[in-house]
Design a protein around this ligand. Structure first.
Ligand code: TYD
Ligand code: MG
Length: 432
C-alpha cells in the first residue's frame, strides 16, 4: 500500500498534493513542508466507544480562574486564566512576551500556586536576572531550561505545578516527530500534547509563540484553532506602548484590548491612554490634529501628524507610519480632485503618534486635515478632534460608534469636529 504525501503551508496551513514554491493562498515563498498521510488500510477501523452524554449545566467559571489582578490582562482573558486550558501568547520577537509572562508568574504565585517556567530559549540564570531586574522573587516560581517535549511532560508529572509557562513553542521538539525544531509538525504536535496534559490534569498553561508582522513564522497562526485562547501583544519595538489583543477566546469576549507601557520595571498598565497621548502635545503645531480611534471597545485620543514638502527629485514620496499607505494615496487623490490643490509635486509623510496603528476609516478626516494644515502652513486649534470617513466623491461620512467616541472627547475636555454638515472636503479649505 502506497503511503500518500501532501505538502502543507507553514504559514496558512494550505494543503497541496505536490511541493510548490509559492503558496497560492497566502502568497508566501518556501513555506511548504512535507506531511505524511497514513494509508487508508493502515488506519484503524472506526471502532469507537459510546460515551454518556452530560446534561447542559450552568457553570460558574469564576471559581476555576486564576485572576492575575493585572486588570488590563484579566479583561482580555475574560476574567483570568482558566484552570484546564491553554492560552497562546503571540507577538513579534522582542516585543515583551517573556517580560509580561514573568510578571504574570509573580501574580499567580502570590495566589499561593506553584508556577513552573519552562524556557527553551533562555537559561535559568538569564531568567533569574530578568526577574531580579523586575523585582520578582517568589519561592513558588521554579524555572527549567528544556527543549524536549518528552522531558517536559515527565517534569510536569513529577513537579505538578498549577500554572505552566512554555517559552516558546517554536523551540520545543519531540523525538517522535520526524522533522526539524520549529517546523509546523513539531509545533503542532507539541501544542497538542501540552493541551492534552493541561486538560487531563486541570492545569492552566501559557504558551508563548513568536510571530512576525506578516504572521508567517512557523506556528502560531496555524495553532490558533487548536488552542482555547489566543492573545496577541503588539506595538512598535522602539516605542513604549503595547496593546494586548484578544484574538480568540473560548471562554469570553474577543473585543477587549489591554494597554501597557514598557518601562524599566517591565510592562505597566495604562488606564487612561488618551491622557497619556495628550501629555506632551504642543499647542498650535502645524500639520497636526487629534482623532479618536477605537481599539477593541476602547476609544482613545491620538495625534495624527502630516508633513508635506516639495519633491526635489523623481516621484513624490508617500510614507505612512501607523496608517495604511494605500488609504493615504486614496485620500491624497480625493484632496486633489475636490479642493483643487496640486499635490503631485509634494512628498507627503503621515505619522500616528505613539506607535499605534489605525486601521479604520474614521481617521480619514484627521489625515486630510493634517495634510492641508502642513501644506498651508497653518495650525489647527489644538483642542479639535477630527472624526469622519471620507468617500471617493469627497463626502464626509459618519463613522461607527460615534457616541462612544464623542464621550471620550468630552471626557478629555476637547471639541469634536466631524464637519458632517459641510458634507464635502472642498469646504474644509475655509477653515484652513
Ligand atoms: P522580552 O520580554 O524578552 O521579549 P520577547 O519575549 O517578546 O521576545 O522583551 C525584550 C525587550 O523588552 C528588550 O528589548 C528589553 C525590554 N525590556 C524593558 O524595556 N524593560 C524591562 O523591564 C524588561 C525586562 C525588558
Ligand atoms: Mg522571550
Amino acid at each position: 500500500m502506497k503511503s500518500t504525501t501532501t505538502y502543507i503551508c507553514k504559514s496558512c496551513a494550505y494543503e497541496s498534493p505536490k511541493w510548490i514554491g509559492k503558496c497560492p493562498s497566502c502568497n508566501n515563498w518556501n513555506t511548504f513542508e512535507e506531511k505524511k498521510n497514513i494509508p487508508k488500510k493502515q488506519q484503524k477501523r472506526m471502532q469507537g466507544i459510546a460515551k454518556k452524554a452530560a446534561p447542559l449545566t450552568f457553570q460558574n467559571t469564576s471559581e476555576q480562574r486564576y485572576k492575575t489582578n493585572i486588570s488590563e490582562l484579566d479583561n482580555v482573558l475574560g476574567g483570568g486564566f482558566i484552570k484546564d486550558s491553554l492560552v497562546l501568547l503571540s507577538g513579534e520577537p522582542g516585543i515583551g512576551k517573556s517580560t509580561l509572562t514573568l510578571q504574570i508568574c509573580e501574580k499567580i504565585a502570590s495566589l499561593n500556586k506553584k508556577v513552573l517556567y519552562i524556557s527553551g530559549e533562555e537559561s535559568p540564570t538569564q531568567i533569574s536576572n530578568r526577574a531580579s531586574r523586575l523585582g520578582i522573587q517568589n519561592e513558588l516560581i521554579t524555572i527549567i531550561s528544556e527543549n524536549s517535549l518528552e522531558n517536559i511532560i515527565a517534569t510536569l508529572n513529577q513537579e505538578e505545578p498549577d500554572f505552566i509557562i512554555i517559552d516558546s513553542i517554536q523551540v520545543i521538539s519531540s523525538e517522535s516527530a520526524n522533522s526539524l525544531t520549529g517546523s509546523i509538525s513539531q509545533v503542532r504536535l507539541a501544542t497538542e500534547v501540552l493541551m492534552e496534559f493541561a486538560k487531563k490534569n486541570n492545569k492552566a498553561m501559557l504558551v508563548i509563540g513568536h510571530v512576525t508582522k506578516e504572521g508567517n513564522l512557523a506556528g502560531p497562526r496555524t495553532l490558533e484553532h487548536l488552542v482555547d485562547v489566543v492573545i496577541h501583544l503588539e506595538g512598535e519595538r522602539y516605542q513604549n506602548l503595547r496593546l494586548l489583543r484578544g484574538i480568540k477566546n473560548r471562554f469570553g469576549p474577543t473585543s477587549e484590548v489591554g494597554i501597557f507601557e514598557m518601562t524599566q520595571n517591565g510592562l505597566t498598565e495604562v488606564k487612561n491612554p488618551s491622557e497619556k497621548f495628550l501629555e506632551d502635545r504642543k499647542e498650535n503645531s502645524i500639520g497636526s490634529i487629534l482623532t479618536v480611534t477605537l481599539q477593541g471597545n476602547r476609544p482613545f485620543i491620538i495625534e495624527v501628524q502630516a508633513l508635506t514638502n516639495t519633491t526635489v527629485f523623481g516621484y513624490p514620496k508617500r510614507t505612512a507610519s501607523g496608517f495604511d499607505v494605500n488609504r493615504l494615496n486614496l485620500l491624497i487623490a480625493v484632496i486633489q480632485k475636490y479642493t483643487g490643490i496640486n499635490l503631485t509635486n509634494q512628498d507627503i509623510y503621515v505619522n500616528v503618534i505613539g506607535g499605534i496603528r489605525i486601521n479604520e476609516p474614521a481617521a480619514d478626516l484627521a489625515v486630510i486635515l493634517a495634510i492641508l494644515s502642513s501644506y498651508n502652513q497653518k495650525p489647527l486649534p489644538s483642542n479639535y478632534v477630527a472624526i469622519g470617513e471620507v468617500g471617493l466623491s469627497g463626502e464626509i461620512r459618519k463613522t461607527t460608534q460615534m457616541a462612544k467616541r464623542q464621550k471620550e472627547v468630552e471626557k478629555m475636555d476637547l471639541i469634536l469636529k466631524s464637519y458632517i454638515n459641510s458634507n464635502n472636503i472642498k469646504d474644509l479649505s475655509k477653515i484652513l
